[in-house]
Design a protein around this ligand. Structure first.
Ligand code: GTP
Ligand code: IMP
Ligand code: MG
Length: 332
């Protein structure tokens, strides 16, 4: 802290939403900025309720946190307004006036043409195309969004100058990056840490921490290579089969991939790592909140990750709830 970037290390759905919601509550974040778009669903389990958020930042769970959507984001106004209502965050959620807009025609185009890549069909790629063509509508052009507009880059930089705690929330994962991922089976933006900061208007010298989030195994939804992919039956028998938050599609699964993880470390320069779903790999770790109370095989896995990647694992997910976490920063 004060400025932390939270970025996915594999193919998205690593649990960034859960990690950010934990940080918001624990560190009492003042500000968060969500990047990306509605193709990304962030799942937050808080006070017995499950939220699959596609626009509102995951830090909404901490009521004093101001919530922003980045100038580099693509906004679906109807989804934003619906989530604003669902989370009760009107009055503390804003969109940058330069964020671009997803229109119904983008969704139609995505559904007609996105099959080969297995896109989420949310119109994000076609909206990005229009942004690149410089024909896209921006948030400032949409009257219903007028009450929620802000200069997000300026607000965030002012908050940093005041020494406030800021988290920049990435979406998707490193290997879905348009630039660094498994092209053409990628999303339509760069998803890495530098791009997250850039999307928010935060210069690289202002980033203090990069938290790279891995799941204890690998998942991928949509087309594209997945090394070591398990059969559906094997994924079910290991308890690794997940359903996608946005599309409801089944996520393909494979073991933790050290080769990709090393490359994700190279591409994102993390200062710390989070490993989520340790409880799915090792069920006896469920709900544990102290490192010493993890099973021996659970601790060994975490130590192996640290040794092979050369970066400390500070946050360990032991269940879906925002507070089911081993937080190793607390020892310092
Ligand atoms: P994208 O931006 O779409 O990449 O999403 P994301 O990284 O926020 O992840 P998403 O919420 O889509 O998927 C993660 C899934 O794992 C959700 O169902 C979470 O509730 C769940 N989850 C996250 N951390 C843990 C954990 O430590 N244990 C368990 N059991 N579930 C977890
Ligand atoms: P698009 O981003 O909808 O164009 O989809 C392009 C590719 O990225 C497809 O393989 C999608 O399944 C994948 N993808 C996009 N967003 C997410 C996400 O949030 N989590 C996981 N995969 C995603
Ligand atoms: Mg997701």
């Amino acid at each position: 802290m004060p400025c932390i970037v939270v970025v996915g290390g594999f193919f998205g759905d690593e649990g960034k939403g859960k990690v950010v919601s934990y940080l918001a509550l624990k560190d009492r974040l003042d500000v968060t900025v969500r990047t990306g778009s509605v193709n990304a669903g962030h799942t937050i389990v808080f006070r017995g309720k499950t939220y699959g958020l596609r626009m509102i930042p995951s830090a909404f769970v901490y009521e004093n946190c101001r919530l922003y959507i980045a100038p580099g984001a693509n906004v679906n106004p109807a989804i934003f307004l619906e989530e604003l209502r669902l989370t009760g965050t009107a009055g503390r959620a804003w969109i940058d006036s330069q964020a671009s807009i997803i229109e119904p025609a983008h969704i139609e185009r995505d559904r007609a043409t996105g099959g080969r890549i297995g896109t989420t069909g949310q119109g994000v790629g076609p909206a990005q195309e229009d942004r690149v063509k410089r024909t896209a509508k921006l948030a400032r052009d949409v009257p219903e969004l007028a009450p929620y507009l802000a200069d997000v880059a300026q607000e965030v930089n002012k908050a940093l100058a005041r020494g406030e705690k800021v988290a920049l929330e990435g979406t998707q994962g490193t290997f879905l990056s348009l630039i660094h991922g498994t092209y053409p089976y990628v999303t339509s933006r760069d998803t890495t840490a530098s791009a997250i900061a850039s999307e928010c208007g935060v210069g690289p010298k202002k980033v203090d921490e990069v938290l790279l989030v891995f799941k204890a195994f690998t998942t991928r939804v949509g087309a594209g290579p997945l090394e070591g992919e398990l059969s559906r039956e094997e994924a079910i028998s290991r308890g690794w089969l997940e359903k996608a938050t946005v599309t409801g599609r089944e996520r393909r699964a494979a073991p933790f991939n050290f080769r990709l993880a090393e490359r994700a470390v190279m591409l994102n320069s993390p200062t710390q790592l989070a490993i989520t779903k340790l409880d799915v790999l090792f069920p006896e770790c469920r709900g544990v909140r102290r490192f010493e109370e993890l099973s021996q095989r659970g601790r060994e896995f975490i130590r192996e990750v640290e040794e092979r990647l050369g970066v400390p694992v500070t946050i360990i997910g032991t269940g879906p709830d925002a507070d089911e976490v081993v937080d190793r920063r607390l020892k310092k």
